[in-house]
Ligand binder design. Structure first.
Ligand SMILES: [Zn+2]
Ligand SMILES: [Zn+2]
Length: 335
């Protein structure tokens, strides 16, 4: 009888939890609902608001729109190719100058410093769709998409977390400097705004009157920086939210990752997320011929021109290579 009551009280408790959270998964217990992360909240509100200036016809130009569209890919790849596949998973190798170029472009996306981004994503891979996952959409869609950024998560935002999940990143003096100077990513962002204003103003004033050149330059900042930033944010966040909710699975992984063609299309291949969770180290997430992975093909193109090397192949290939290496007779140094 006592056992029966205990079982039922557990079931009722679980049911109440589901009703109140509308989800079987709760946000991490290390998050504090009363403490807003102003470091993320304020820039998010300011940049989203600034992007709405794009509705002003006087700030529109076809050049600004083209720069925005090109920027979505170039700066988006700094996150996808740079922060994700290079820094987090080390699925290929590049010279330091090229890695720093990708990181500076990524800082211009205002998506946090390398150590914070990498540690959060590695933690996501270790605890995918579990209670400790920093941004599982199984809590709620909004939580997985952007809500997790707003609440302070004491485990996520402490030095020991970076040391645990991103020790290799902290060993780099530039990345350590960024961590020691927490406002530095913001200065990179502001510097690009100045550049996106000053360059078009200088060039535009050659053939425009001063007033037109000012509007042209302001439009370049609004479209080329603010609108682009917002779109790159939501594309990145869609990989966290949509691809853990909607799509199909090629592999029976132990979390809810999905392959989502829409996210793959806008995020240069990142939407084949179930393929990625199946084999996170592999540089390519293209497991079927039609699952196009634009990022992988760009990495291959960079290899063709000598910038990239040591591309990590699929797990099956790595296993075969390890077997072949094990069969090779050891070289004797005894003369
Ligand atoms: Zn995931
Ligand atoms: Zn990953």
């Amino acid at each position: 009888m006592l056992f029966f009551l205990k079982q039922n009280s557990r079931l009722i408790g679980a049911h109440i939890t589901q009703l109140t959270t509308n989800s079987p998964l709760l946000r991490p217990s290390s998050t504090r609902p009363t403490l807003v992360m102003l470091r993320y909240f304020v820039p998010l509100i300011v940049v989203h608001t600034a992007a709405f200036l794009a509705v002003m016809p006087s700030l529109f130009s076809w050049t600004a729109l083209a720069v925005c569209i090109a920027g979505i890919h170039v700066f988006g790849q700094a996150i996808t190719m740079g922060y994700h596949r290079l820094l987090t998973h080390r699925s290929f190798a590049v010279p330091r100058w090229f890695e720093y170029t990708l990181v500076v472009l990524a800082l211009c996306c205002l998506e946090d410093s390398p150590a914070r981004w990498v540690s959060t994503h590695r933690k996501h891979h270790v605890h995918s769709d579990e209670h400790e996952d920093p941004h599982s959409p199984l809590v709620t869609f909004i939580w997985g998409h952007m809500g997790w950024l707003f609440l302070h998560n004491r485990e996520l935002h402490q030095w020991s977390n970076y040391e645990r999940y991103a020790k290799d990143i902290l060993q780099d003096p530039f990345y350590m400097w960024l961590e020691k100077n927490p406002t530095s990513p913001l200065w990179f962002y502001i510097a690009q705004c100045v550049l996106f204003f000053a360059a078009p103003l200088t060039i535009g004033s050659i053939w425009m009157d001063w007033n037109s050149a000012l509007y042209f330059a302001a439009g370049m900042v609004v479209w080329g920086v603010f609108v682009r930033t917002v779109l790159v944010w939501h594309i990145t966040w869609s990989v966290n939210s949509l691809t853990h909710l909607f799509g199909y699975k090629n592999h029976e992984t132990d979390e809810n990752s999905r392959n989502n063609w829409l996210v793959a299309l806008v995020a240069a291949g990142e939407g084949w997320h179930n393929n990625h969770h199946h084999d996170p180290s592999c540089c390519s997430v293209q497991h079927k011929w039609w699952e196009l992975d634009v990022t992988y093909w760009e990495v291959r193109a960079l290899k063709a021109v000598g910038i990239v090397k040591d591309i990590v192949p699929r797990r099956e290939v790595r296993v075969e290579e390890a077997k072949k290496a094990a069969k090779k007779p050891a070289v004797s140094h005894v003369s």
